[in-house]
Design a protein. Structure first.
Length: 289
């Protein structure tokens, strides 16, 4: 807010993501993955991007850390125009932007502790091999992160001996070790069963709230999304068809509207209704929105 009391501008420091008119086509324009998407995300928000398979969720997240270049439109993340960055600047941006993948992307033959410590590599000066090559402070920090995700006792266990939900929690601990300002999570629970999905979402969102990290997470299950997000952005065929704050007043009629917007014909109901987790307490964002 400026001193004369006018509304914050688009480039207010609390705006973490500013996407304007973003269109992305593949295959020489034959496939439109994103269709004039505009989206502004404030610091501290837990935004869930929801949509059926093929609606453009991954493509959108990949633009936010520069894995894709826009066909047209612009993407500004943490004040930086992503498409205009040099390779070096992009690496710097990615230190501030953690990415949690559906497939975990951890190194199975390494211990949990080593996987988590590797999240700090961007902060260290040279490559590390083995637990003891990391500074003591980093080892301690990694153990704390593992504790937070409930896996402190698994620190020295090979990561590929853990269950899927546990492996994803290791991946989340590694991402937090990076001390990101923004975390992008692309269907982090897509390969997990509903109850485990709830546990992983809990770890992800709680840690981010505690550390005041902005989160954009894609999901395809409507009820899971509504249980966790404080903002819901719906994509259909690459276009934003829904953008709403989620709070306790979101009644059944509104929920039905979400289904309707994502899938007007109702043909894909089995895809977004697979998860039926128990109701979870809502996590409020660090700035109370
Ligand atoms: P979602 O993550 O919601 O499942 P995606 O972002 O992966 O959706 O895909 C959106 C659309 O873009 C789909 O039609 C998909 O086939 C297409 N698409 C995504 N990536 C590519 C690519 N690298 N080459 C060609 N088409 C792609
Ligand atoms: Mg995807």
């Amino acid at each position: 807010m400026s001193i004369n009391g006018t509304a914050p501008t688009l480039h207010d420091h609390r705006t973490v993501i500013e996407v304007s008119g973003l269109t992305k086509t593949f295959d020489n324009g034959r496939v439109t993955a994103l269709d004039r998407v505009s989206l502004s995300v404030a610091s501290g928000q837990l935004t869930v991007v929801i949509g059926l398979s093929g609606s453009g969720k991954s493509t959108l997240l990949r633009h936010l850390n520069g894995m894709h270049e826009p066909t047209s439109g612009s993407v500004v993340v943490l004040g930086r125009d992503v498409a205009a960055l040099s390779q070096k600047e992009l690496r710097e941006l990615r230190r501030d932007v953690g990415f949690v993948f559906q497939s975990f992307n951890i190194v199975g033959r390494l211990s949990c502790l080593e996987n988590v410590m590797s999240g700090a590599l961007g902060r260290l000066r040279w490559p590390r091999y083995g637990v003891l090559s990391y500074p003591k402070a980093i080892r301690r920090e990694a153990l704390e992160q593992l504790d937070r995700v409930g896996l402190g006792e698994r620190a020295f266990q090979r990561t590929d001996t853990l269950s899927g939900g546990q492996q994803q929690r290791v991946a989340i601990a590694r991402t937090l070790m990076q001390k990101p300002r923004l975390v992008l999570a692309d269907e982090p629970v897509a390969s997990l069963d509903p109850e485990i999905s709830g546990q992983v979402m809990d770890v992800l969102f709680r840690s981010c709230v505690e550390d005041d990290i902005t989160v954009v997470c894609s999901l395809h299950q409507v009820d899971l999304a509504m249980g966790w997000a404080n903002r819901l952005v719906g994509l259909r065929d690459g276009a934003v068809v829904l953008d709403t704050e989620v709070d306790a007043s979101l009644d059944e009629a509104r929920v039905m509207e979400v289904y309707q917007r994502l899938d007007p014909t109702g043909e894909k109901a089995d895809e977004y209704e697979v998860a039926k987790p128990a109701a979870k307490p809502r996590v409020e964002s660090a700035v109370g929105i």
